[in-house]
Write a protein that binds this ligand. Structure first.
Ligand SMILES: [Zn+2]
Length: 219
């Protein structure tokens, strides 16, 4: 990568494994690094707390939480929208234009701190689920961002976009990501419930890699 000496990253942290891995990946490259958690409507509190702990473990220069309570998932947008999204086969966690909003906020947040790159934790499996993720969209967004502030544009990077969850996990282990601090459960219990889709996927990935899962599960 060119320009590493002056590299500066803003990592959008969700509290899950993917964005934590993206964070530790860019930390390894060196340079400045800050993190931001975007707190939308009914955001899982445990995820927000996990993001805070991960940022601390990574020793970033600044971690911030930004409340955007008006941003709601399809499941909270009423029956009409909910059915429309369901009919498309899109998960009900869909937030229309989420990534456009996140990238734009990330660019602003990074720019005023003189950081050059906004880092997102999207992986290859997100691509199949949501229409607002992907290298082409990021490329288009970056062209737009470069045109809007031509003298010092911020760009968005998704370093895990070519990797499936299992490969992300392998990389996380390689990088020494503190996986015990990440949160995958869809509920907000004291510990992971062990049965929701998020927990099931977490268990599956640990099992597939033959790695000891230090996560505490209710079941
Ligand atoms: Zn769970």
């Amino acid at each position: 990568m060119s320009g590493e000496a002056r590299a500066g990253y803003l990592v959008l942290l969700s509290g899950g494994i993917d964005s934590a891995t993206a964070l530790f990946l860019v930390r390894k490259r060196g340079g400045r690094c800050a993190t931001l958690s975007i707190d939308f409507h009914r955001r899982n509190r445990r995820e927000v707390e996990a993001a805070r702990a991960i940022a601390e473990a990574a020793g970033v220069e600044e971690h911030a939480e930004l409340g955007l309570g008006f941003l709601r998932e399809a499941i909270d947008l009423g029956d009409e929208i909910r059915s429309e999204v369901e009919a498309q086969g899109v998960p009900l966690t869909f937030i229309p234009y989420r990534n456009l909003v996140f990238y734009s906020i990330g660019c602003y947040w990074a720019w005023i701190r003189r950081l050059e790159t906004v880092v997102m934790g999207h992986n290859a499996e997100d691509l199949g689920l949501f229409s607002d993720v992907g290298p082409d969209l990021i490329g288009s967004f970056n062209s737009l961002a470069a045109a809007m502030v031509p003298w010092r544009p911020v760009r968005v990077e998704a370093p895990l976009i070519g990797m499936k969850k299992l490969e992300v996990m392998r990389l996380a282990l390689e990088l020494g990501v503190p996986l015990e601090l990440t949160w995958s459960c869809w509920r907000e219990g004291k510990i992971h419930c062990g049965v929701c889709e998020g927990c099931a996927k977490r268990k599956e990935v640990f099992r597939a890699l033959g790695v000891k899962d230090e996560t505490e599960y209710e079941r």
